[in-house]
Design a protein around this ligand. Structure first.
Ligand code: NDP
Ligand code: GDR
Length: 374
């Protein structure tokens, strides 16, 4: 490893944010190391374009097998890599799934953060290694005040959020107790074409693309009333980087300051493919109907029901309203998002239309592919 090049270690490198952050740090000249989990299927799709054969000279991206539930590997990797910066993005990140796997979520998302902090401390790297913790707007949970800022009280509403609350405070505690450069980025929802297929935005943009191509009939969703402050992951990884470049370690809210209902996101995504949707009914009876369709790929008759509510997607406890106050990050980090929601939706739908072109060709030639995600 060269002495003047910065070295970053990313947990969760195979996820949405891991991929964008790796791209950003490589472009800035960093040597990047990532921790990936062993999986029975390839799980590096999002970073395959950045991969380098380890036999080449001057390799800038290296992957290590590991898991946040195993402190032995974390200590070994951190000792080997001697990172200047650690971005702890690894997590069981699906709120609804955390109700099904609460203990695992606490272990990976909560104690996993402690394992990283403690590894840095035990290895004597407190003065060298800066740590970014992927904290979340889910911490605000049940609305205490809006917009939510760094000083708004937390009220987590899921096993995921409770685990992330432990991670938040243990990060603050290690900063205060040991003088570590350890910070929380309290990031509001951020999306992209790389977003996991079961998060609501990507589920919607995939469905809009597939319905527009005649590959899917209907989209089933849960709570259409939830309001989220959605930004673009590409913008948000810049904020992560900036949080670790300050003189003093601090926690920051990263958000757009604009909130939108799930229902409105649906309308915007379908509008991208020329389908105008109107919602009628209330709660679980609410449905989205096609008003008009000017889609050149596939005509959907006006009056067709393309969106329906399935209560199985409801959460036992819901976070109804998130809207961030990003003033501190705008002023202190000089960070501002470049994308607005319309730009995000357009990019996501365009990417999904491209993704399903192959499936459409297969279907048009008589093949069908069974959906795995909906
Ligand atoms: P993803 O779900 O796309 O990625 C999560 C990453 O964590 C994947 O690389 C996954 O590996 C890895 N991972 C999961 N469990 C473990 C484990 N036990 N040990 C090691 N790695 C693990 O999430 P995002 O990229 O969207 O989010 C990144 C981080 O930011 C997460 O911590 C999330 O909770 C947090 N966050 C996300 C926000 C968002 O809107 N996206 C907002 C606020 C916070 P694999 O690929 O093998 O599954
Ligand atoms: P969230 O994101 O829970 O905010 O967590 P998600 O996209 O899963 O849900 C957003 C809102 O949409 C409602 N919803 C549905 N959600 C999903 N997944 N599927 C559906 O069919 C559906 N229908 C309605 C949800 O009830 C919710 O209100 C994300 C994750 O990335 C976390 O890791 C991160 O910490 C937070 O964002 C900030």
């Amino acid at each position: 490893m060269s002495s003047n090049k910065k070295v970053a270690l990313i947990t969760g490198i195979t996820g949405q944010d891991g991929a964008y952050l790796t791209e950003l740090l490589l472009a800035k000249g960093y040597e990047v190391h990532g921790i990936k989990r062993r999986s029975s299927l390839f799980n590096t799709d999002r970073i395959d374009h950045l991969y380098q054969d380890p036999h080449e000279d001057k390799v800038k991206l290296t992957l290590h097998y590991g898991d946040l539930t195993d402190s032995t590997n974390l200590i070994r990797i951190i000792q080997q890599v001697q990172p200047d910066e650690i971005y702890n993005l690894g997590a069981m990140s699906h709120v609804k799934v955390s109700f099904d796997t609460p203990e695992y979520t606490a272990n990976a998302d909560g104690i996993g953060t402690l394992r990283i902090l403690e590894a840095v401390r035990l290895l004597g790297l407190i003065k060298k290694t800066k740590i970014y913790q992927a904290s979340t707007s889910e911490l605000y949970g049940l609305v205490q005040a809006v917009p939510q800022s760094e000083t708004t009280p937390f009220y987590p509403r899921s096993p995921y959020a409770v685990a992330k609350m432990y991670a938040y405070w243990i990060t603050v505690n290690y900063r205060e107790a040991y003088g570590m450069y350890a910070c929380n980025g309290i990031l509001f929802n951020h999306e992209s074409p790389l977003r996991g297929e079961t998060f609501v935005t990507r589920k919607i943009t995939r469905a809009a693309a597939k319905i527009a191509m005649g590959l899917q009939d209907k989209l089933y969703l849960g709570n259409l009333d939830a309001q989220r402050d959605w930004g673009h992951a590409k913008d948000y990884v810049e904020a992560m980087y900036l949080i670790l470049q300050q003189e003093t370690p601090e926690d920051f809210v990263i958000a757009t300051g604009v909130t939108t209902r799930v229902r409105e996101f649906v309308r915007m995504a379908f509008a991208e493919v020329g389908i105008v949707i109107e919602f009628k009914g209330k709660d679980a009876e609410e449905k989205g109907y096609v008003v008009s369709c000017s889609n050149p790929l596939y005509q959907v008759a006006p009056g067709t029901e393309v969106v329906a509510v399935d209560p199985k997607y409801y959460r036992p406890t819901e976070v109804e309203l998130l809207i961030g106050d990003p003033t501190k990050s705008w002023e202190k980090l000089g960070w501002k998002p470049k994308y607005d929601l319309q730009g995000l939706v357009s990019e996501m739908v365009a990417a999904d239309l491209e993704l399903f072109r192959k499936e459409k060709l297969l279907k048009d030639s008589g093949y069908t592919i069974k959906n795995q995600y909906e």
